[in-house]
Design a protein. Structure first.
Length: 333
């Protein structure tokens, strides 16, 4: 009698974990409204800046040429509407570019992190194979790339529009006008990234929408104010001395000013004015003053001021991001 072979048992089925969601499509789908608003805002501002760089600037320059050609007291025709239109569009777009970091901070605190933690969407993502660290990295990296690209584009266009018209339009803003100074340089991009990092950190701290929004917005406002205060001291200024009959002459970012005495000492300004003002000569004689000094940054210091302030703001953004990762690891350990 022949023995029959016993069939081998089937291999045990191995359980495979559910694949982790693809991060970028998931993130874009989750924040589609925010992406649409950001894209539309950047597109509208870019078109306005291109118009300032081109037809609006050309029309305003023609209007100013007509105005300067006017002589005498008789009637004079010039395109006043073009001049006013350029001024208004420049003012609104400059304000909007400066406001972008605050919008980013508010959105990051409210929608990007705070709302997801409050509603439990973040915890749901962590249970589907997406680790908290990877979740936070995606939350920072993708928006940071979009914020850098959009804000950087607008800063470049704003500087091109301003540079093309600064010597053609009589009411063109100076390079050291604070809104123009920031809208023309990378400090706006760095502040937007700092606002993004602040919003992420605020969302992790509060885990609620409204408190995170307010905290991120307030932090960014304070950071912008601090950047304006610190910027003049991040690079050595130039000192200019003028006579008592001239007064102060400044064409840049002011740092300090006062009186110069006969022995070269610097004194605080008593607030009298040039020597031809009544009684000022006696005041300066008592102080042994020989002139005025002004410490300021000329236009040649534009990029040193911009780059040093940008590095400082990026350091704040990096520190806020590092604290966010550490806080998340502690809470999800």
């Amino acid at each position: 009698m022949s023995a029959t072979a016993t069939p081998a048992p089937p291999p045990a089925a191995t359980a495979h974990p559910a694949p982790a969601p693809r991060v970028l499509p998931w993130l874009l789908r989750l924040h589609r409204p925010g992406l649409a608003v950001w894209t539309g805002l950047v597109a509208v501002l870019a078109l306005a800046l291109l118009a300032l760089w081109g037809p609006l600037g050309d029309a305003a320059a023609d209007g100013w040429r007509q105005y300067r050609a006017c002589v005498g007291d008789g009637p004079c025709g010039y395109d006043q509407d073009a001049i006013v239109r350029y001024r208004d569009v420049y003012t609104y777009t400059t304000f909007a570019v400066n406001a972008l970091p605050f919008l980013v901070a508010a959105w990051a605190g409210a929608a990007l992190v705070g709302r997801e933690l409050e509603s439990g969407t973040a915890h749901l993502a962590w249970t589907t194979g997406l680790s908290p660290t990877r979740w936070l990295a995606a939350k920072i990296a993708a928006p940071a790339a979009l914020v850098t690209a959009g804000t950087g584009l607008l800063v470049v266009l704003h500087r091109l529009a301003w540079s093309a018209n600064r010597h053609r339009i009589d009411t063109s803003k100076s390079w050291y006008d604070s809104p123009t100074l920031h809208a023309n340089g990378p400090t706006t991009v760095a502040l937007a990234l700092a606002g993004l990092a602040a919003g992420v950190l605020a969302g992790l701290l509060w885990r609620r929408t409204l408190p995170a929004l307010v905290t991120a917005l307030g932090f960014t406002l304070v950071l912008r104010f601090a950047a304006d205060l610190v910027m003049p001291y991040l690079w050595p200024p130039v000192t200019r001395v003028t006579g008592l009959d001239t007064g102060y002459v400044t064409a840049g970012v002011a740092v300090d000013s006062g009186l110069v005495t006969a022995d070269g000492a610097h004194l605080a300004d008593p607030g009298c004015g040039p020597s031809f003002v009544k009684d000022c000569t006696e005041v300066y004689a008592r102080l042994d003053a020989t002139g005025f000094f002004t410490e300021y940054h000329p236009e040649s210091h534009y990029w040193p001021l911009q780059l040093t302030t940008t590095v400082l703001l990026l350091a704040v953004a990096a520190a806020a991001g590092a604290v966010s990762f550490r806080l998340l690891r502690r809470r999800t350990a």
